[in-house]
Design a protein around this ligand. Structure first.
Ligand SMILES: [Zn+2]
Length: 68
């Protein structure tokens, strides 16, 4: 019996889609060696977090008028 490398398929915990291991980032922190979320979801999330951070920074940087 020869053990040929099977195509590893994971279900993304974010979008619940079945994707090949190539669609996930390798991660030594996870037992199977890949992150729980697919690359698309990771990108999407970091983009959303950055947008939120920029929005908040903008809000905090807003000049207070008439506070002098
Ligand atoms: Zn996903």
């Amino acid at each position: 019996m020869s053990s040929k490398p099977e195509a590893v398929v994971k279900v993304c915990q974010q979008c619940q889609e079945e994707k090949p291991a190539a669609a996930f980032f390798p991660s030594p922190l996870h037992a199977d060696g890949f992150t729980d979320r697919c690359k698309r979801c990771v990108f999407e999330r970091s983009r959303q977090e950055q947008a939120r951070r920029e929005k908040r920074a903008q809000h905090e940087a807003a000049p207070l008028q008439g506070s002098r």
